[in-house]
Design a protein around this ligand. Structure first.
Ligand SMILES: Nc1ncnc2c1ncn2[C@@H]1O[C@H](COP(=O)(O)OP(=O)(O)OP(=O)(O)O)[C@@H](O)[C@H]1O
Length: 381
């Protein structure tokens, strides 16, 4: 295959087997949940291995928090099964096991600390049945790991939101739960602080070896934190896999578009290719099938060229903007078959060609995906 030909992603039939691991710490099987007539979660299945960080990712209202609350025991299970360490934890007809009887640590977006207790006493609160000295040492160790040493005698109202969040994490981690449940734990923090606390939290989770289920609507956060991602839409699990598997082998257009802007072009499959303004893209769709071709902005390689005066025959720059670590180019792309498309290209560093600059545009095939035209995703460029 020559470099200008892009290979298409295979449109695979998603099976729940992809979310299954050997000897899981937590097995979520065919969970369904209704609030009155509203179906909030539908047939959701996935596993968490011991020590594994799994992110439940998806747009607002897709059922992430409901699933997490069912695992925590804050919501009674209606249909399906939860297994913990090989034993049934929840199933229809079984007595409900309350949250405090499950070996889980909970930290939510607005985790309330006990206002009348010091930081140290907040963290040692859940460490019953341990000698006082060992409780104190455990709490101080966790506070230090989360960058909160020196605050043990402080009271919650004297701490910033980020500091309170770290204390809440330390409190949840203190009893060494086998499973940590985190619901948008960083979302109330500003961007710079969030990055640091995420980083500290990931290191602590890995060090203590807790299996973790973390709810987030932020794909970058999921990719930063997760060993595996469970991507949901409208109550259903769309795809389960490592960040690389979802980013590089998306199951459908929704998965591609959820991870960021894409250029969307249409075409018809002919003898293994869809011909687009940026060149032919390989596909296994049958001849005559209408196709959508999704190209990430970073898939477009852009090189300035000399214009031969026949401006209309070249692709050219409409606008260029510096976004910080990369530059975003708005391009008018012309194909050899006369196609024309407005596309976005994202290139590393400062690359700001003037308006009207003639350019040659080619593709990185790894960032291009072909699906049947009718498969649905989010808004594309
Ligand atoms: N207690 C409730 N009663 C009725 N409907 C609810 C209740 N809790 C959630 N829902 C609905 O169930 C659906 C799933 O909600 P859920 O909070 O699980 O989604 P989510 O993905 O966590 O959303 P967000 O990211 O906005 O928190 C939504 O349509 C929501 O409106």
């Amino acid at each position: 295959m020559t470099s200008h030909l892009a290979s298409s992603a295979t449109v695979s039939e998603q099976t729940f087997e992809e979310g299954v691991v050997a000897d899981p710490l937590l097995a979520v099987r065919n969970i369904q949940h209704r609030y009155d007539s509203k179906l909030a979660v539908s047939d959701a299945s996935f596993d968490i291995a011991p020590g594994e960080v799994v992110c439940l990712l998806g747009p607002s209202g897709c059922g992430k928090t409901t699933l997490l609350r069912i695992v925590a025991g804050l919501e009674a299970l209606q249909q399906g099964e939860l297994k913990f360490d090989g034993q049934t934890l929840a199933a229809p007809g079984r007595p409900h096991v309350p949250p405090e009887k499950r070996s889980v640590g909970l930290a939510f977006q607005e985790s309330a600390l006990f206002p009348h207790l010091s930081v140290l006493d907040n963290v040692t609160f859940g460490l019953k049945g341990m000698p006082a000295r060992a409780r104190r040492e455990r709490a101080l160790e966790l506070l230090a790991q989360l960058g909160m040493d020196g605050y043990s005698e402080a009271f919650p109202h004297t701490l910033s939101g980020g500091q309170q969040q770290r204390v809440a994490l330390a409190r949840a981690l203190a009893p060494s739960p086998q499973l940590m449940l985190l619901d948008e734990p960083f979302s109330s923090l500003d961007a710079r602080l969030r990055d640091r606390i995420r980083d500290d939290t990931l290191h602590v989770l890995k060090q203590v070896g807790a299996g973790t289920l973390l709810v987030t609507h932020d794909p970058e956060e999921a990719m930063f934190m997760a060993d595996r991602i469970v991507l949901m839409r409208d109550g259903r699990v769309v795809q389960v896999g490592t960040p690389e598997e979802l980013y590089c082998g998306p199951a459908d257009p929704f998965v591609v578009t959820f991870f960021g802007d894409v250029n969307r072009l249409e075409g018809v499959a002919q003898r293994g290719y869809v011909h687009t303004a940026v060149g032919p893209v390989a596909t296994d769709l049958p001849d005559g099938a209408r196709a959508q071709v999704l190209m990430r902005p970073e898939a477009l390689r852009v090189v300035e060229i000399e214009s031969d005066g026949q401006h209309a025959h070249h692709s050219h720059v409409l606008m260029a903007r510096l976004l910080g670590r990369c530059s975003l180019l708005h391009l008018c792309v012309h194909g050899i078959d006369g196609q024309e498309a407005h596309m976005h290209a994202r290139v590393p560093g400062v690359f700001l060609p003037r308006e009207g600059q003639a350019v040659q545009v080619s593709l990185d095939p790894a960032q291009v995906f072909v699906f049947p035209a009718e498969a649905s995703g989010l808004e594309a460029v």
